[in-house]
Design a protein around this ligand. Structure first.
Ligand SMILES: Nc1ncnc2c1ncn2[C@@H]1O[C@H](COP(=O)(O)OP(=O)(O)OP(=O)(O)O)[C@@H](O)[C@H]1O
Ligand SMILES: [Mg+2]
Length: 284
């Protein structure tokens, strides 16, 4: 693992005035975000709001048009080896024969950054250390009982846990998960949210996850960033998921209601992506 001077006190992510343009169109502008070590942060917003683009920018896969981005104290592309990334995806086809445990081990392939194994190790010792780590992350995500089954046979929630294990295997300092709760039922969404919270503590990692619904995450989040209308607001849930903040972002009247059991309901959220300079109809 690359060691940095003073890394304990350093922010994991620092975005200032971050602006991204793709295909001649501005996806978002002036994004401000600071993520501290051990934080769990949700990235929220409508389809096409720029959530995946923001993740790809933090990974150094999409360039900035303006502003600055520092990840683990470095330019994003240089930090990438220390980031675990789970891209947005569909579920595995039921004919996928690879076993869960082998899928997790695949996370070790490529550049051997971050593996806590001395380079002087013999191949055999390295292999043993890798096997130990595979078992460790599978246990961490609670997948031990089904890790030896074919991934295509597993439920969406089980597949998701194994993919999180794969993203964790190289001991990343930052974990970026694009819609890890997608296609999970509510109890499983809450369970994976709790799991990510534990991972932040146990592995000392910061987690940035894209989500569509904040509710399963409410008890677990340190902060949120909400992208809509080409703009973003970051802060605590109480600061960001409010009628006035979302109305400002969307440029249209949005109402945030709270149910008696504490869940948040966003009313008037436009269905279609909304960008600067476009007018849209309110739905609902
Ligand atoms: N390579 C690209 N070239 C041009 N436009 C792009 C490119 N990638 C993304 N976009 C556009 O940028 C906008 C944001 O896309 P992005 O995938 O980041 O949204 P998202 O918030 O992740 O949406 P979803 O919730 O559907 O995953 C969209 O309008 C999309 O069409
Ligand atoms: Mg996306």
């Amino acid at each position: 693992m690359i060691e940095l001077v003073g890394e304990e006190t350093q922010s994991m992510i620092k975005l200032a005035g971050a602006t991204v343009r793709l295909g001649g169109r501005r996806v978002f502008g002036d994004v401000e975000l600071t993520v501290e070590p051990g934080q769990l942060v949700a990235v929220l917003g409508p389809n096409g709001g720029g959530k995946t683009t923001l993740m790809r920018m933090i990974l150094g896969l999409v360039p900035l048009e303006a502003g600055s981005a520092t990840v683990l104290g470095r330019p994003p592309a240089q930090a990438r080896p220390a980031i675990g990334y789970l891209p947005q995806r569909r579920s595995f086809d039921s004919s996928t024969r690879i076993r869960g445990i082998d899928l997790v081990r695949l996370g070790l392939d490529g550049a051997r950054w971050g593996i806590p194994i001395p380079v002087t190790s013999t191949a055999r010792r390295r292999r043993r250390a890798e096997t130990t780590r595979v078992g460790e992350v599978i246990e961490l995500v609670g997948a031990t009982t089904y890790a030896r089954r074919a991934i295509g046979e597993l439920s969406g929630g089980e597949q998701q846990r194994l993919l999180i294990a794969q993203a964790l295997i190289r001991k990343p300092r930052l974990l970026i998960l694009d819609e890890p709760l997608d296609s999970l039922d509510l109890p499983n969404q809450a369970a994976v949210a709790g799991l990510l919270r534990r991972i932040c503590s146990i592995e000392g990692v910061s987690v940035l996850l894209v989500a569509h619904d904040v509710n399963p995450l409410l008890g677990s989040l340190d902060q949120v960033i909400y992208l809509a209308g080409g703009r973003a607001r970051s802060g605590t849930v109480d600061e960001v998921i409010t009628s006035s903040t979302l109305t400002q972002l969307y440029g249209a009247p949005i109402e945030v209601l709270q149910t008696t059991d504490g869940r948040l309901v966003v009313v008037g959220q436009p269905e279609a992506p909304h960008h600067h300079g476009h007018r849209h109809e309110l739905v609902g």
